[in-house]
Design a protein around this ligand. Sequence first.
Ligand SMILES: [Fe+2]
Ligand SMILES: [Fe+2]
Length: 249
Amino acid sequence: MKPSSEDTWPLVTVVCDNYTTREDLEACWGFSCLIRHGGKVILFDTGSDGMVLSKNMARLGLDPAAIDLLMISHQHWDHTGGIYSILDINRNLRVLVPRSFSPHFKADMKRYGVSVMEIDKTQEISPGFYTTGELDGPVREQAALVQTPAGVVVITGCAHPGIVRIAQTAKAIFSEEDLALVMGGFHLLDDGEEDILEIIGQFRSLGVRYAAASHCSGERARRLFAHEYGDHFIRLGAGAEISPSDLKS
Ligand SMILES: [Fe+2]
Ligand SMILES: [Fe+2]
């Protein structure tokens, strides 16, 4: 699966999501996407079900053995559930987890012989690929930040620390760059219309150009983001692919 040129592969391919964009892929509660950037293949989260993850990856032509980095946003079952289906095939990768992950979880990873990197602060992991660092909240969580020719792409698992806070963190790190896209789980299932419109307003003030609310964002948030962002709302689901060329102003 190693691309000879990054132009030939999308930047992000959604592997698992509550939604699907293709009939031959399964939807399941959770999130996982594959990022190809700077010559690295990065899997961000693993969904809730290893069987679905493996099946969807195979149908998308993605090889678990090609993964260089496995970044887990937070320790919830719908993001860690498929991890062993990857480690059973590929132990030659680095796993990036927030430092607050349970000692039991970290010990299990080490038992598999993989290198575990415990994330605390904002950090560049590979050229142009960053973690926000572990942000506090009801559940501690890291998000991925990817520098692209179109601007910075922010990828969230569940956004338990708050989706606006994650976007603000990205903007603080990359003050000179545009936020091209914020995508993933926004965790707005229980938020009302007014609160969601306020969040969309804050996205606008931060200059977030495209939004892709999926996974645990909730139908209300997806509807409102789609309405407010129009053709700058990207409908995610398993099989969705995003390239920097899709994120032009
Ligand atoms: Fe989640
Ligand atoms: Fe979660």
